[in-house]
Design a protein around this ligand. Structure first.
Ligand code: ZN
Ligand code: ZN
Ligand code: FE
Length: 759
């Protein structure tokens, strides 16, 4: 039979995941000749053989692809036979016009875990990896993904590693970060008066230090972590002090799944998430915490399993089954990823020892956080294990840079029909985080070959991200600036994920976003598509005195709301609230409210949560963004009654709800019940708004987004009720519904608006 030849182009997540070796092995096995190479647009393959084997090859290519790969495009064309005599892996071509996808970092695989137990060169070697696992994005400096473009460039392979790297039948064939104890990176232990580089002694030191209650900074894949024995109350309390973190729960790394199950409930889909190659922190229902200090009264527990050989070796060698596993950053600081800064933690006594290594982190990233809602995974923080995997879109977005928002910032770059979200950056009002934001944008521009023709920004005039976007637009003289309203962007992020480009009912329940009327929005019922939006209904505005201060101090919002609902009379009521918040302080605030001094009006749903959280005395001054909503959800008990948010003149009025809450407080109802009734009220309001919007527009598709939809109770109830009423409900799954996902919406809106410029 005559031979034929095919040229195949594969796009998607196909570099750095063992794709070329996989192709090589399949082709060789089938007796095909030709070549495979990485290209900045993906992977290119030339095969020659019988028509049958070529067809079989195409099938296997899709069905047997490596676990961490994701093929998004596959094209094959018939080409003339060139009579190759073998199949080979060719060096990468450095194309410029298209880029390929860099793989996210992958948790250590079972094969490598076996190797560190029995392969002499890798016994207890903490950097063991192969084509199926190991660091990727975190070590990449440039594309294509080859060793000389990574942090591994400095480490020359020893003859044995090279043999593995070059041997097609080896699991480490073309694994870019391949190394062993003779040639690869090494860990180092540093305390104020001691250094140690023998790894087994480092493990011993770690074990005794943790037993003694010490706090240690350890370098991992995407950055440093601060760890301590999660069962040691005093250590965890000290860590809280160091991080100036009063009540936000800490993530905990458990020795293994079985141990974890003693502390938290795990269903089968949560188990899959915990064990997946992305290895995120998974938010679970706590059975009991390793110590009270870990989650300070929260009923949830953020759990993670070991994901590098180092973590496995660490967890095997220490007495405690659970360690606090917290990103090494101090308050208002970005994650620490370089050894020099980590050693400063030692100087300032923010930790007792630093365990660093000499493999540089090029792209620092926190651990990702996932929770399960209505049976599906929902991303709360998107970073290691997810970034830079793109989100495929139905519209071209090449050359668009979307800056995101200021809180929980993540930005987004467009590459033909793909959106590449940055890792979670943090809150840009902190200067060092803002610097990290700028550095990361520059890294992305280089890594993904982005020359922006359009820059999308939030309409908020004070956002650092917006100002920086304007600056970039000036630097790229042909770049257009596209301002995008915050809540339109939230809804557009859902549309983009689901490939929807039509009018939908958009419901954005959120904390804070700049509105078109100059007020703060955050409870929007919209009719919108990717280009236009019309705002129909929202919550009535609550006057916030003192701007940002009011958001950080929910007692202020509570006073304003009670004052609106009950007048100054409320000061005479026997409320427990008055024991927490000085009456004189309240009077002063009321005076400022009456004089309308420095008032910002907000209809953000987050503020109403704040009010109720303050009224039941959960949070008067917030320690972290969203503390009110999170704590209110945490104490929620199911109740059949609901407060009422009556609809009047386009607004949902909160005053009757406040009066009912106050009445229940005076009647000594438990905060848990009040929270339950409040949740029911919010659910009813959302469903009522959806129905009103549907009645007006005839639309039946509802997109839900905004930080409030991180609330599991609200989301599950709203989804169930709207589905029962015949609505199709769409939510965020690939990006967070909080401001960490907003850049995707900005990008999609800009893509649509500038369609003719994107190629
Ligand atoms: Zn491996
Ligand atoms: Zn070696
Ligand atoms: Fe928002």
């Amino acid at each position: 039979m005559e031979n034929i030849a095919k040229h195949i182009k594969v796009t998607g997540l196909v570099q750095g995941v063992g794709f070329r070796p996989f192709i090589y092995r399949q082709a060789s096995r089938m007796g095909l000749k030709g070549w495979v190479r990485n290209h900045t647009g993906g992977v290119e393959i030339h095969i020659e053989g019988t028509e049958d084997s070529c067809k079989k090859f195409m099938d296997v290519l899709v069905s047997n692809a490596p676990e961490a790969s994701a093929i998004t495009g596959l094209e094959d064309t018939s080409v003339p036979v060139k009579m190759f005599s073998a199949f080979e892996i060719k060096p990468s071509l450095n194309g410029t016009e298209r880029i390929t996808n860099i793989s996210p970092d992958i948790a250590v695989c079972p094969g490598c875990l076996k190797d560190i137990k029995k392969q002499p060169r890798r016994l207890n070697y903490p950097f063991t990896n192969c084509t199926h696992c190991g660091p990727r994005f975190s070590i990449v400096r440039d594309i294509p993904y080859d060793r000389q473009n990574t942090s591994m460039k400095l480490f020359e392979m020893c003859p044995e590693c090279r043999k593995e790297y070059e041997n097609i039948t080896d699991r480490r064939f073309h694994a870019q970060p391949v190394s062993c104890m003779h040639c690869g990176p090494q860990y180092q232990w540093t305390t104020k008066d001691n250094k140690e580089s023998c790894f087994s002694r480092i493990l011993q030191n770690l074990s005794s230090a943790l037993s003694q209650g010490k706090i240690i900074a350890i370098k991992g894949t995407g950055g440093f972590h601060l760890i301590c024995d999660a069962k040691n109350e005093a250590s965890v309390r000290r860590l809280r002090k160091i991080k100036q973190r009063q009540s936000k729960p800490f993530a905990v790394m458990f020795r293994n799944l079985n141990t974890l199950k003693d502390y938290a409930r795990v269903n089968s889909s949560q188990e899959l998430l915990l064990r997946s190659w992305r290895r995120p922190i998974v938010i679970l229902d706590s059975i009991y915490p390793p110590s009270e200090e870990v989650n300070r009264g929260f009923t949830t527990l953020g759990a993670i399993l070991p994901y590098t050989p180092f973590h496995y070796l660490l967890m095997e060698n220490i007495h405690t089954p659970a360690i606090v596993f917290s990103s090494a950053n101090l308050k208002a600081q970005p994650l620490i990823s370089d050894n020099k800064t980590a050693l400063k933690l030692l100087e300032s006594s923010s930790c007792d020892a630093v365990v660093s290594h000499d493999r540089a982190i090029q792209n620092k990233q926190d651990d990702s956080i996932i929770m399960e809602k209505a049976g599906t995974p929902v991303i709360v923080r998107r970073a290691r294990g997810f970034v830079p995997e793109p989100v495929s879109l139905d519209i071209p977005v090449e050359g668009i840079l979307a800056m995101g928002a200021d809180l929980k910032n993540a930005f987004c770059t467009g590459k033909d029909y793909r959106a590449i979200m940055s890792q979670y950056i943090g809150d840009l009002e902190d200067f060092d985080v803002f610097m990290h934001f700028q550095t990361t944008i520059n890294n992305f521009k280089k890594l993904f070959r982005v020359t922006p023709h359009s820059i999308a920004i939030d309409t908020h005039p004070q956002y650092h991200s917006s100002r920086y976007g304007k600056k970039l637009a000036r630097e790229h003289p042909h770049a257009g600036l596209i301002p995008v309203q915050h809540h339109h962007a939230h809804i557009a992020s859902v549309l983009a994920e689901h490939g929807l480009d039509e009018n939908v009912i958009g419901i954005a329940m959120d904390g804070t976003g700049f509105g078109d009327d100059g007020k703060i929005w955050g409870s929007e019922f919209l009719i919108c598509d990717l280009q236009h939006y019309q705002r129909l209904y929202h919550l009535a505005y609550i006057p916030l005195q003192g701007g940002e201060k009011a958001i950080r101090q929910p007692w202020r919002t509570a006073v304003a709301a009670m004052h609106q609902a009950l007048g100054e009379e409320y000061l005479n009521l026997p409320l427990l609230f008055h024991q927490y918040v000085d009456i004189s302080k309240q009077r002063m605030l009321i005076k400022a409210l009456n004089q309308r001094l420095n008032i910002h009006e907000s209809c953000g749903m987050g503020r109403l949560f704040d009010v109720v959280a303050a009224l039941v005395n959960l949070v008067h001054i917030a320690d972290f963004d969203g503390e009110g909503p999170v704590k209110l959800e945490n104490i929620h008990t199911h109740d059949t009654e609901a407060y009422h948010l009556p609809f009047y003149n386009g607004e949902y009025r909160y005053e009757p709800l406040i009066r009912s809450v106050v009445k229940d407080l005076l009647d000594h109802f438990a905060p848990e019940i009040i929270s339950g009734r409040f949740h029911n009220a919010v659910v009813e309001m959302i469903c009522d708004g959806a129905e009103r919007t549907a009645a007006k527009s005839g639309l039946k598709k509802v997109a839900l987004s905004g930080g409030i939809f991180q609330n599991r109770i609200i989301t599950e109830k709203v989804q169930a009720r709207l589905s029962r009423k015949g609505f199709s409900v769409y939510m965020n799954h690939k990006v967070p519904c909080n401001d960490g996902g907003i850049a995707l919406g900005q990008l999609a809106i800009t893509g649509k608006k500038t369609k003719n410029i994107c190629v």
